[in-house]
Design a protein around this ligand. Structure first.
Ligand code: ADP
Length: 588
């Protein structure tokens, strides 16, 4: 903030100096013309004046350049700060808010809208500063030299800002509309690119093409309507300025020729200053227009920040956690240095959750998990198993009730500390554009050796794949790299977990049928990984279910019953039925 104020002060100083330079330039120009044409002085006698005139012109150019430069610096700083904030906001947002909205739309705001904000600082601010200082200086000079000119300037000048405000108000809504169009366009484009294969398979590619065409035309139209307003705006401004200069010139001519009440020097000086006066006000018009467009963009960025903050409210740990509690947690952490390596005692205290009021409701009642226990969550598709796993992981926050770790509410534990001890292996692990080694290394801190990564890869059953690859662990994977099969992705996720050595493993077991060998590798790796950890699995395999210490049976969002495999078989007919379907080859 103080940096912005400093920049404003510099802008003000530059504008004042620029005003002085503009007036001096006119004064010396009028003086030179007076001496040459009226007094018929010799060229050598006005050499000094011409020299000073040149110096003042150079100074004026330098000051204009300086003003622009300060604006550019301000814009660069503001854009860096805005992008930083947007990125921070997106990375710190809860999983729930990350899932909302289109990725393309977010990208468009983070890149294009921030870029568009540039002209507010680089154009609007310097021009506005100039316009609020220099015309006043010129007005003072005009009133001092010839009050009539001063009055004409004073009476005609308000038409320019008045006109600008009217047009500005129109473009403001238009430019906000334009941003909505652009975000929608980017979103449709990115979604279509990402889902191109699906679209082709379902024969929807051409329909999507039409959709892209429709939204790009929408964007074109809103851009064109802004440009239309901008062009009309410029034309009208020019007309007003020409008319006003004409009135001043007419008045000066009458004074000079008819009433002979004025010297040529004064009249000429005023005639030089008047266009400067209007041109400054006119520049403000253009700056005002681009400023408005930028404000639309800035508002869009702010809106996005607000939206992610609102949806993150329940998820963002930083927000929920008062500073005092955070330091308390640090103290507790210091008292229990082994906190992250020993599995905690987990309790679910009457958790209730819904994504939106009136939709799917989840309820758990009172549940507890002893350190090192193996839990299998089972139930039909859509019964809320993944949602429950996300609630235990802290990625989603309960609507009511609490998850407790070692007797303390999970939401009081700093997110970073908590995620240090958890590995979450989802059904579709995300593979980043980078090498295999880099992708495994994100499982741990920065201080992992190549040997550690290799060992983790080996324990996860990736050794044979790596041996086949020319570049081994350095093979690029993910976007633009080598593709990986579903089983290989799962193993990569396991390698991340081996490197991390978590005390809690959350595992969303793949529903897709893996080949027998991959199954065996996964089972063996999971078993070895979970030796010293609590393991909570959304289970689809009978083997996993049978191995579990406790099975939680979910039905329509309710954690209906829990117990061992035998207990549930005897007690819950729906469970017995589900197991029967499993046996005969179906999946839950
Ligand atoms: P399961 O893992 O048992 O198949 P889920 O936990 O994925 O079930 O989903 C439970 C219910 O919540 C389903 O009705 C699903 O449509 C709904 N649901 C899942 N994710 C979201 C979300 N991000 N927003 C709204 N509803 C969701």
């Amino acid at each position: 903030m103080s940096l912005l104020r400093k920049s404003r002060l510099i802008l003000m100083a530059f504008s004042l100096a620029l005003g002085a330079a503009i007036i001096s330039q006119a004064v010396f120009m009028a003086e030179a013309v007076q001496r040459i044409f009226v007094e018929k002085a010799s060229f050598s006698s006005i050499m000094l004046i011409l020299g000073i005139l040149l110096a003042v012109m150079a100074l004026r150019t330098w000051l204009t350049y300086g003003n622009g430069k300060v604006g550019l610096h301000m814009a660069a700083r503001a854009k860096t700060a805005m992008r930083g904030k947007v990125l921070q906001n997106l990375t710190e947002a809860s999983m729930f808010s990350s899932l909302q909205g289109q990725t393309g739309g977010k990208v468009s705001v983070a890149l294009d809208a921030v870029d568009e904000a540039d002209s507010y600082f680089s154009q609007y601010m310097p021009r506005m500063m100039e316009a609020s200082i220099i015309p006043i200086l010129i007005l003072v000079v005009a009133f001092t030299l010839h009050a009539n000119t001063g009055w004409i300037l004073l009476c005609t000048a308000p038409f320019i800002p008045l006109f600008m405000i009217l047009v500005g108000l129109q473009t403001k809504n238009k430019s906000e509309e334009k941003y909505e169009q652009l975000a929608a366009f980017s979103g449709t484009f990115l979604d279509s690119l990402q889902g191109l294969v699906t679209l082709k398979i379902f024969g929807r590619a051409s329909r999507q093409q039409q959709e892209i065409e429709r939204s790009s035309l929408g964007y074109r139209d809103s851009t064109m309507s802004i440009l239309k307003i901008a062009f009309t705006n410029t034309f009208m401004l020019e007309a007003i300025v020409m008319l006003s200069i004409g009135i001043v010139a007419l008045e000066l001519a009458i004074q000079l020729l008819v009433y002979k009440s004025m010297t040529f020097h004064t009249a000429f000086l005023l005639l030089l200053l008047v266009p400067e006066f209007y041109s400054l006000l006119k520049n403000t018009g253009t700056a005002f227009h681009s400023g408005r467009t930028s404000m639309g963009a800035i508002r869009k960025v702010e809106q996005m920040l607000e939206e992610t903050e609102q949806t993150s409210e329940k998820g963002s740990d930083q927000k929920l956690q008062p500073a005092g509690i955070s330091s308390l947690q640090e103290d507790i952490g210091a008292l229990h240095p082994s906190l992250s390596t020993v599995p905690p005692f987990i309790e679910l205290k009457n958790i209730q959750f819904h994504y939106a009021p009136g939709s799917f409701e989840l309820e758990t009642g009172q549940m507890s998990i002893q350190p090192g226990e193996k839990i299998a969550i089972v139930g039909k598709s859509g019964s809320g198993k993944t949602t429950l796993l996300n609630l235990i992981s802290g990625l989603l926050q309960p609507t009511s009730g609490e998850v407790h770790m070692n007797g303390r509410p999970l939401m009081l534990t700093p997110e970073a500390d908590w995620f240090k001890q958890v590995s979450y292996i989802t059904q579709h692990p995300y593979i980043f554009a980078g090498t295999l080694a880099e992708n495994i290394a994100i499982g741990a801190g920065n201080d992992v050796s190549h040997a550690d990564i290799e060992k983790a890869a080996e324990r996860a059953g990736l050794a044979s794949l790596i041996a086949q690859l020319d570049q081994g662990l350095d093979t690029p994977v993910g976007e633009g790299g080598r593709g990986l099969s579903g089983g290989e992705k799962q193993r990569l996720a396991l390698a991340r977990a081996f490197l991390k050595q978590p005390s809690i493993i959350l595992f969303d077991e793949p529903t897709v049928g893996l080949d027998l060998r991959t199954e065996q590798i996964l089972q063996r790796s999971i078993a070895s990984l979970s030796q010293d950890a609590t393991m909570i699995t959304v289970a689809h395999r009978l083997y996993t279910i049978q191995q579990a210490d406790q099975i939680w049976f979910m039905s329509d969002g309710i954690l209906a019953d829990s117990g061992t495999h035998q207990e549930l078989l005897e007690r819950v007919p729906a469970y017995a039925e589900m197991v029967q379907i499993q046996r005969t080859g179906g999946i839950a």
